[in-house]
Design a protein around this ligand. Structure first.
Ligand code: C2E
Ligand code: MG
Ligand code: MG
Length: 726
């Protein structure tokens, strides 16, 4: 390959020597371009490659020229083309300049007086080869540099004694150290890492990588303390660097900032374990804590208490005041609960309005009782939420480990059972789990599965109880009451299964059957020529909530042909606790259909008079708990309530019926107060349909005598019942 040498030499004789030597070389094929002045040399070097001129492969230059002297000559040439190797020809006595030139980047120098052809060509050939290698190395280094700076990871390397040799730009940014400042400093100074939790200095992975000659990952939870003291979570690994013989000569570490990822994973795990509304631990975290507490309690022979609580009548507030207030209330409850316990205890929201408190170390059961009572008191204080002053109470059940259960599920289930017991005993109180509660739970399960098959096996029957007009003595209606004819057990009354039917929703299909059967029976009596009586059917709140309730009533009337005015639905006040809008719409649709509605068990609930007035209710049924004591010596309170309801019915043009009348004294009282209608064992117990027929048929005169209304007898059989006042 032809190589172009630029010779810069003032002296033509010396120039010729060089040209001759190079041209006749056997080692390479040289073309020599000769110039005499430095400026010409510079010009030639800078035009390299331009205007068809060949690239210069090497320069052979004399330092003392007509336009430039000494080291300045070298500097100008080197500056013009630093990549081109330069061989300095030093005049005798000028070797100082030549050596200086080598220090500044010249490849080599030869004294002019020793300019031997062979040595010259060999020197030039080696010089060109070395320049080629240097160029290749430079490219490689450049490539590595660009690569290291363009990856997103930080890279730091050290030598064998742990002093920093290199940082890429990401490492500079993350550590706050510029490579120039960091070079030569110990790694510990530039790269300070600590454990995020213990805050102690973390083990230096590079030292370990070198010691053990393997790739080492950073300890988890590692935090880099920057030069300015700020911190950033990092992650990654260190590896040893080897020389050609395989000896470890340093280490390199690659790491990256994981602050974002670590923060978001912390956020995620917090979310997964906490309730978003109250920020209390959720069910998952609670179970975890309870499991831990159980393990610890076993070792320390300790006891644990699980307090399960539910806000009394929360649903009503939520439905009437809206979910925003409901949510705010739950948050306020959460705050109060947190204040009632120690930080080592766990307060958790299980969902809805249910909260559970875990007391992991209780020396004795009294301690749990004390905390429970503290919570009850704290809850009773009024809450002010968005201008509403609200009063709330909680019902609470307690289960103790290991007495009431050995695992999380059993403890929670038993605390929950005890909580229901607290609700049953009038709410706003606390009950400890008793094992008989569990027996009851099993019974409930048996009832539930029995009810499921009872519908298919047609095990339900209806009994009927007469309702009598106190003015005429006539039977004006009958109430249909469901009974469960249970195989091998006999007749089961609603009190034994109604709650389970309501809680499981089974009351909906059962109620549909009752409604249809009652309408069918009423229509059958009518067709058989019995006096027309209104049939009353009890409807529980759960049934009324079913979206197709109105349609199911319409369908029962259509199927049986019963006129709507002969159907009366008895609703308890519980339905008023439901969503007001839905309740109103349902009741109005029923009224428009022509069906009548009675408020059953009136006086036991919480409905306000103003609300009742707005509803399309045509009759109030005084609960038998008020009727029971009428005529007795201590009846003052109950009697005044009964009188108030009778007067209220009169002024609101509503019907009033007293239920549970068992004695003549009760009847007299009611009659004297002008109560229009009554029902109770005194007139007749609930009986199967045949019994009612006999009653309608033969008991008329007897009833009339009891009531003291002589014309009552004529009302039976022959005429339709007296219309209810409205
Ligand atoms: P309720 O609607 O208030 O029915 C009156 C209850 O009092 C009936 O009990 C009845 O047998 C009883 N009773 C009637 N007269 C007297 C009396 O003079 N003295 C006493 N001590 N009790 C009397 P029963 O049949 O056990 O029904 C209890 C409750 O079950 C009913 O109370 C009603 O709320 C519910 N229920 C009954 N049948 C149905 C039904 O088909 N569907 C729905 N949803 N609930 C029903
Ligand atoms: Mg009833
Ligand atoms: Mg009742």
């Amino acid at each position: 390959m032809l190589q172009t040498i630029l010779l810069i030499q003032d002296d033509p004789r010396a120039a010729r020597t060089v040209i001759e030597a190079l041209r006749h070389s056997h080692d390479a094929n040289f073309d020599v371009e000769w110039v005499r002045r430095c400026s010409e040399g510079v010009e030639r070097l800078t035009m390299e490659g331009k205007a068809g001129s060949a690239a210069i492969d090497a320069v052979v230059a004399e330092m003392n020229l007509s336009d430039s002297h000494g080291i300045a000559t070298f500097d100008r040439l080197f500056h013009a083309a630093p990549q081109v190797p330069i061989l300095v020809i030093s005049a005798s006595g000028d070797e100082e300049v030549a050596r200086l030139a080598v220090k500044r980047g010249a490849q080599d120098y030869l004294p002019e007086r020793h300019l031997d052809g062979c040595l010259l060509t060999k020197t030039v050939v080696t010089m060109i080869e070395r320049a080629g290698i240097a160029e290749a190395l430079y490219h490689e280094k450049e490539l590595a540099q660009v690569t290291l700076n363009s990856i997103g990871d930080a890279v730091i390397s050290t030598d064998h004694s742990g002093n920093v040799t290199y940082l890429n730009v990401v490492a500079e940014r993350l550590t706050g150290w510029a490579v120039a400042e960091a070079s030569g400093k110990s790694l510990q100074q530039v790269f300070r890492i600590i454990d995020a939790i213990t805050r102690e200095t973390a083990e230096d992975p590079m030292v370990l990588a070198m010691q053990e000659n393997r790739t080492v990952a950073l300890t988890p939870n590692c935090v880099l303390v920057r030069r300015d003291g700020t911190e950033c979570a990092i992650e990654d690994s260190a590896a040893p660097i080897h020389d050609r013989r395989g000896q470890v000569v340093g280490a390199v570490m690659v790491f990256h900032d994981v602050s974002e990822a670590r923060a978001s994973s912390l956020r995620m795990s917090h979310l997964a374990q906490h309730d978003s509304l109250t920020d209390l631990p959720n069910r998952i975290m609670f179970n975890d804590r309870l499991n831990q507490a159980v393990a610890l309690a076993d070792r320390q022979q300790d006891r644990i208490a699980v307090l399960y609580m539910d806000l009394d009548r929360f649903k009503h507030t939520n439905d009437t005041l809206g979910h925003t207030i409901g949510d705010a209330l739950l948050r306020a409850v959460a705050d109060r609960l947190r204040d009632c316990v120690r930080t080592s205890d766990t307060v958790s929201r299980q969902g809805g309005d249910e909260f559970v408190v875990l007391l992991p170390h209780i020396s004795d059961i009294q301690h749990a009782d004390m905390i429970a009572r503290k919570v009850l008191v704290a809850m009773r204080a009024p809450y002010t939420i968005e201008g509403h002053k609200l009063h709330f109470t909680v019902s609470m059940g307690i289960a103790i480990y290991p007495d009431d259960g050995m695992d999380v599920d059993t403890l929670l289930k038993n605390a929950d059972l005890a909580m229901y017991q607290a609700k049953d005993s009038g709410r706003d109180n606390v009950q400890f789990y008793k094992s008989e509660l569990n027996v009851r739970a099993v019974e409930r399960q048996v009832i539930e599965s029995g009810l499921r098959s009872a519908l298919q096996r047609q095990e339900f029957v209806l009994h009927y109880q007469p309702r009598v007009s106190l003015q005429t003595g006539a039977i004006v209606g009958v109430e249909a009451l469901v009974r469960w004819q249970r195989p091998q057990r006999g007749l089961v009354l609603p009190v034994e299964f109604m709650q389970v039917a309501e809680e499981t929703g089974l009351i909906v299909p059962i109620g549909r059957w009752v409604l249809l059967e009652a309408c069918r029976q009423a229509r059958a009596w009518e067709e058989a020529g019995w006096p027309r009586v209104r049939i009353a059917v009890n409807i529980s709140a759960v049934e009324l909530r079913a979206f197709d309730f109105v349609a199911s009533v319409r369908s029962a009337l259509l199927k049986t042909g019963l006129k709507p005015e002969y159907l009366e639905l008895e609703l308890t006040e519980a339905f008023l606790m439901q969503d007001e809008k839905i309740t109103d719409a349902t009741l109005r649709a029923l009224r428009d259909m022509g069906v009548r509605m009675t408020l059953d068990d009136f006086g036991t609930g919480y409905s306000s008079l103003s609300y009742v007035r707005r509803l399309p209710i045509s009759c109030l049924k005084i609960d038998h708990s008020f009727v029971r004591s009428l005529g007795a010596a201590d009846d003052a309170d109950d009697a005044s309530i009964v009188i108030a309801v009778i007067n209220m019915g009169r002024s609101l043009h509503m019907g009033v019926v007293a239920e549970g009348v068992e004695t003549a004294a009760q009847l007299d009282f009611l009659k004297n107060q002008g109560c229009p209608e009554a029902q109770g064992y005194y007139f007749g117990r609930p009986v199967a349909h045949g019994g009612i027929e006999r009653l309608l048929d033969s008991n008329a005169s007897e009833d009339a005598r009891r009531i003291g209304t002589s014309q009552a007898a004529s009302c039976f059989r022959t005429s339709s019942s007296t219309p209810m006042p409205r």
